[in-house]
Every structure is written in structure tokens, then in C-alpha cells.
Design a binder for this molecule. Sequence first.
Ligand code: PLP
Ligand code: COI
Length: 359
Amino acid sequence: MSAVSPYAIPIELTNKSRLGEIDLNHVPFGKFFGDHMFVAEYKDGAWHVKGISPFKNVSMSYSISAIHYGQSIFEGMKAYKNSKGEVFLFRPEMNARRMNIGAKRMAMPEVPEELFIEALKTLVWIDREWIPASEDGSLYIRPFLFATDEAIGVRPSSTYQFVIFTSPVGKYYNEPLNVLIETNYFRAVKGGVGYVKASGNYGRSLYPTCLAQEKGYHQVIWTDSETHQYVEESGTMNLMFVLDGKIITPAISDTILSGITRDSIITIARSWNIPVEERKISITEVLEGIEKGTLTEAFGCGTAATIAPIKRIGYQNKDYHISSDYGENSIALKLDRYLKQLRKGLIPDPFGWVHKINP
Ligand code: PLP
Ligand code: COI
């Protein structure tokens, strides 16, 4: 690869890779970071590409507005490698677009989609040795955008950084999930920023999630803040239920993140002639379905979580057990297997989602 990409991304390679310090196929989620990172700065109304350089700490003022007023958004995506050494990204343009939808809502500048994709591909290719090729392994990619004005006044920052770094990962969850339906605390409100991957959405979710974890649940299921009757999403995942042989999933709204995994599953399931309904789903419908045996599977879906089967749902001091063993006949397992193969370029891609980045 030439040292300068078509977008003139300056590249400074490390002379001391840290790759030898870890066992790529046995890494805790998100604790180790690839050798390189990408940085672009926004000032005077334009983006200035700083380039790719060794992953490092930086020095910044304690007064930057991202810290104080939360102008900070991020994306989550993955690069995959198969045993032939082919490297793939999955629908990266969707992440670029979603980040820009968020940027608009947060009064931040958009990052040109071509720059986002070019930076991503260049960085991932440089750190391709960091991609675990194991069945559940991948290189998690964290693009993010944050405000850097040094000022106390509450107003949109005039300067920003767009940064990408990577982290080799395996599974996010190692077991089927127990989740608690939450009706006291809310992740998102109508007219708010629930549909944005805004850092603050995650900060505010921690306390209720800790309370649920103290009670033995892995995660909460958020409900709508107006009626507290409808399920929305869970932790870092969208939700899917298999009810009467159909997949039902909460319709996207301004309180729910428009997941790329969710969208992919809906498209794949429909191509398999499995009916999918995107609509409001009440807590009662879910719990009655479990009790009657018509709700046969429930799972979360997301980039980090992949497809995470749900075994137990708690609501008002009662637990509801989903009977599925999520084995060979389950829709969750079929989707999970199919997606894994698709993302690694091991089966034909009828959707045009998989981008091979080998030159
Ligand atoms: N919902 C939330 C709150 C998330 O953080 C995520 C993860 O990114 C998702 C849903 C799933 O989105 P995606 O499939 O694009 O990763
Ligand atoms: C993702 O799935 O990409 C997420 O953003 C989850 C993350 C917060 C670990």
C-alpha cells in the first residue's frame, strides 16, 4: 500500500507493534487497542485530516466542551477476517450516515461519508493483523466525534475531532441473557436523542442497569417514557421476539437507535419468507406470549452483542422463562450463523453489504 491514500491521509506507522503482547483469540471485550488511530480536526468551518499515527494518549484542556456539555457521539462497527486472510467491513456506509444524522441533532459538523469510509478502510488495512480470525472474533471499530472548544459558555463548539481506533474482540455476552423490564427510569424521551449514539445516552443508562445487575439480570429492557407500556430496546441492542412464527420488533422512532444489525436481520428474515412486523409491542403482549407458549424466542441484536438470546425476562418481581434452547431449530441461531458467514465473505452476498478491503 502506498503511504498516501487517495484522500491524502498521511500515515505514520509504529515501529513497535503491541500485537505480540496479547492472545488475539482470548481477549476481553474492548480492553486492548490496535496499533494505529485516525484523527481529523474540524476548525474554521472545514475538516483537516491529521492522518493515521500510532495509538497514543493526547493532551487536552479540562475545559473542552465535550466533557461539560456532552457534544460527543460515536459509532460501533467491526472488521472481519476469514481464514484466507480476506478482510471485510459490513455496511460501513450505514454507520457513516447514522453518525451524521446524530451530528445534525447534536449541532455538530457532519463528517464527509467518503472521508469516513476511506479513513476506516485505510486504518483497518494497516492494522489487519489485529483482526482475530476465530469464529466469534472481529476487530471492533470505534469512530467518534467530539467537541474541543475550550470554553465555559453553553453553545455549539466551533472545533471538533473525528477519531477512529480499533479493538480486537470476541463475544460480548457468553451466555443467554436475563433482562429486566424497566419502568421507573427511561433511556430516551420523545423529541430527545434516543436515536443518536450520543455518549450521554450510555451514561444515563448505567445506574438503572447497575440496579438490575444487583438483582441478577444482565441488562434492562427500556420502555417508552410516556405510557411505560411498550418495550423499546435493551442496553446496547435492539430487540426481536418470535411470536406465532413471526419476528416482531419495536418500530424505529426517535427514542430507539436504528440498529444496522436490526435492519440486516429484518431484510434477511424477509428474504427467507419469515414474516417480520415492525410495530409497537406491549409488555403484556410479550409476557402473555411467554406464558401461553406463543412467544418462542427473544433476542437482542447489535454490532457488539451480535445476536444475544434472552432466556428470562423480569417484570414487577416476577420472572418469565422463555422455553427455547436456542438450538438448531431456532431462528436466532440460524440468523447468527448466516450473518457470521456473510460478514466473513464465506457465502454469496445477495444484499451487497459486505465490502472486501484487500487491495
Ligand atoms: N441500540 C443501542 C442503544 C446500541 O448501542 C446499539 C449498538 O450499537 C444497538 C441498538 C444496535 O445497533 P447496531 O446493530 O447498529 O450495532
Ligand atoms: C455496538 O454494538 O457497537 C455498541 O455501540 C455497543 C457498545 C456500546 C459496546
